[in-house]
Design a protein around this ligand. Structure first.
Ligand code: TXA
Ligand code: MG
Length: 324
């Protein structure tokens, strides 16, 4: 297993030796390596078992430092950066030569993010290169929101995980790109679309598709847990699950309320007060907690399509193997 600790010097030593480490951020934990170094970037893909057509996000510590590896920042991107960075926002910007095709999977844009986490920022400030970091989960599984999650899944493959506690946002960053005058959301994430639109006006939502090369990594089953996860229609979630057969062991991941027809000890509720932020923070941790219980099936439900509910629903839909 990896060493889990808060030793920034150790993290720096490993990163400078082109090793990869577990990195805390406010969204989810990352698997970080020197973005300017091919050996480190190659290791990231290997450890994660990630296909090389799926590009990485590059993390830095300040807006000024973005220009180290980005050619230009469009006006609207600057507005968003000033308002929301550091924060759960990733901007797609034209890359400089020092970002290799390996990082961007051959795209001309690089994904850029400033994580809003004190330990991550301190680390980045003390490095003279930015960090490429995808979420620190094996490809196809849900993202980790604690150092322990990272260790459980990648602990045999990496030496060190910087422990920054539980992630406060809990879902990945919102990814925004700029094509001409258009502003496009490629991934709904920890920054709500409504909040982004307050700053730059209407934005376009690019639907996810595994065949769309403009949004690589948006594979439909991207966030799947191991146990079969089934979305209930609201008619069922209010009226009880029809045909529940007691020979099945059933779990339930609910938004606000317990399901009346399932044993309470088999249920986790994302936010009893209906708070989207709390729900996002708990989402992946609760999916994991239910996943290891060995249920035959886990039922879940869709949240209202507003605010962070949209990003949460996106994760739930990807994780679900079929809709009921
Ligand atoms: O919150 C986050 O964004 C976390 C933390 C660790 O920062 N990172 C994260 O990385 O979620 P990852 O690799 O799991 O997801 C990055 C997504 C991928 O779906 C990838 O396809 C997309 O960003 N992406 C990266 N560069 C891109 C580009 N130039 N154009 C379009 N999509 C890009
Ligand atoms: Mg990921």
């Amino acid at each position: 297993m990896a060493v889990i600790g808060q030793d920034i010097k150790q993290a720096i030593r490993l990163l400078e030796a082109n090793e990869v480490i577990g990195l805390p951020t406010e969204t989810v934990y990352g698997l970080a390596g020197n973005a300017f170094n091919a050996e480190a970037v190659t290791k990231i893909f290997e450890v994660k078992n990630r296909p090389t057509f799926d590009p990485l996000i590059v993390h830095t510590s300040s807006i000024e430092r973005i220009s180290d590896f980005v050619r230009e920042i469009p006006e609207k991107a600057q507005l968003l950066a000033k308002k929301f960075m550091p924060g759960p926002l990733t901007l797609l910007l034209p890359k400089k030569e020092n970002i290799s095709d390996l990082v961007t999977s051959g795209l001309e844009t690089v994904a850029v993010r400033i994580p809003n986490h004190p330990l991550a920022l301190e680390l980045l400030q003390n490095l003279d290169f930015p960090l490429a970091a995808p979420s620190a989960n094996p490809f196809g599984y849900i993202s980790p929101t604690s150092a322990q999650h990272v260790d459980n899944q990648l602990g045999t493959k990496i030496k060190y995980i910087l422990d920054g506690g539980e992630c406060k946002v809990g879902i990945e960053s919102s990814i925004i790109g700029f094509i001409g005058d258009e502003i496009i959301v490629y991934r709904k994430g920890g920054l709500a679309i409504e909040v982004i639109e307050q700053v730059v006006g209407k934005i376009k939502i690019q639907e996810h598709s595994s065949s769309n090369p403009q949004a690589p990594g948006m594979l439909k089953s991207h966030y799947a847990p191991r146990t079969q996860l089934v979305i209930l229609n609201s008619q069922f979630s209010t009226g009880g699950i029809p045909l529940i057969n007691s020979q099945f062991s059933i779990g339930f991941l609910g938004f606000r309320e317990f399901h009346p027809n399932i044993p309470r000890e088999n249920q986790l509720i994302l936010s009893p007060t209906g708070d989207f932020r709390e729900a996002a923070k708990n989402l992946f941790a609760y999916m994991r907690a239910l996943d290891v219980r060995g249920f035959e099936i886990i039922y879940t439900e869709i949240l209202p399509e507003i605010d962070l509910g949209r990003a949460i629903n996106d994760r739930i839909r990807r994780a679900a193997t079929l809709e009921n």
